[in-house]
Design a protein around this ligand. Structure first.
Ligand code: OAD
Length: 260
């Protein structure tokens, strides 16, 4: 758990950084959606204990054994399709709702679910795609809400090619427009919240480093320490659903105090 007073100190530091036109960015990873029933990738209960990434989540794996790669993706797709935003997602959406238009609040996520959008966050930057969406690598056909489970493992396009979920596989480039926007946000934000990521997968791992280097206040929320914890101004030990509602409540309270 966060040391006593740690949350209040972080909230005060965030409120102190806010002014008309300030930008708060939340950079989120798999831990953000853990309390919505979607497992993380690393750690004791992580997806990569059950599946080997190189067998299911690379372009080569999809070409070599599409049935197995699709079984893996459909396992995650079923969890994502059933998931609802948790208190952490709702808290970030509330922060945006209550600070707009005085300040901007943006989310950059590595997650392939749609839980930030479902909670009400707008303009979410998606670095790793959307697992419920499916595309044809040959003819470009796409379907935003492809059935869960897929009608076959693997499913085929009418053109004959094996379809793929619209996610970034290991070794692939991230969508250029999303990456550019994420870097621009990291370079200009006043505050960055780093929530539920092990901060090991690039280029997302560079975002808090960029934010810290350009002078932003960086606040981490994670039940475990990460490589980032000692490099940022505030590292709060706890879950997204446990810490974010209290942190947002306190920031909004302090902000109202500033106004009055
Ligand atoms: P990881 O699985 O690597 O890390 C999840 C982090 O969430 C860990 O640091 C946990 O301590 C933390 N965590 C666990 N439960 C939490 C909770 N309830 N609240 C807050 N934090 C919690 O996930 P990512 O860092 O997102 O890539 O992984 C990055 C990328 O690696 C993923 O996007 C995926 C994966 O391979 C692709 O699919 C391309």
């Amino acid at each position: 758990m966060t040391e006593p007073g740690g949350l209040q100190r972080a909230a005060r530091a965030i409120a102190d950084r806010l002014y008309a036109g300030a930008l708060i960015v939340a950079s989120t990873g798999a831990g953000m959606s853990r309390e919505s029933g979607i497992p993380t990738f690393r750690g004791a209960e992580g997806v990569w204990r059950q599946y080997r990434a190189e067998e299911v989540a690379t372009p080569e794996a999809l070409a070599r054994d599409p049935a197995w790669a699709w079984e893996f993706h459909d396992h995650l797709r079923a969890l994502v399709a059933a998931a609802r935003p948790n208190a952490g997602h709702l808290a970030l959406a509330r922060l945006e709702r209550e600070l707009t238009p005085a300040c901007a609040v943006r989310v950059i996520t590595q997650n392939v679910d749609r839980l930030h959008e479902a909670a009400g966050s707008s303009g979410v930057v998606r670095l790793h795609g959307d697992i419920l969406r499916v595309v044809c690598p040959r003819c470009g056909w796409e379907e935003g809400d492809y059935p869960v489970p897929a009608p076959a493992a693997p499913p085929h396009c009418d053109c004959g090619a094996v379809l793929r979920p619209d996610v970034v596989l290991f070794g692939e480039r991230l969508p250029e427009d999303q990456l550019e926007e994420a870097f621009a946000l990291a370079e200009t934000c006043d505050v960055m919240l780093v929530v539920g990521t092990s901060v090991v997968v690039e280029p997302a791992a560079s975002l808090p480093v960029m934010a810290r280097e350009q002078g932003a206040l960086v606040v981490e929320v994670n039940p475990e320490p990460t490589i980032l914890s000692r490099a940022v101004q505030h590292s709060l030990r706890g879950t997204a659903g446990g810490v974010l509602p209290a942190l947002v409540e306190e920031v909004l309270r302090l902000t109202q105090e500033l106004d009055s």
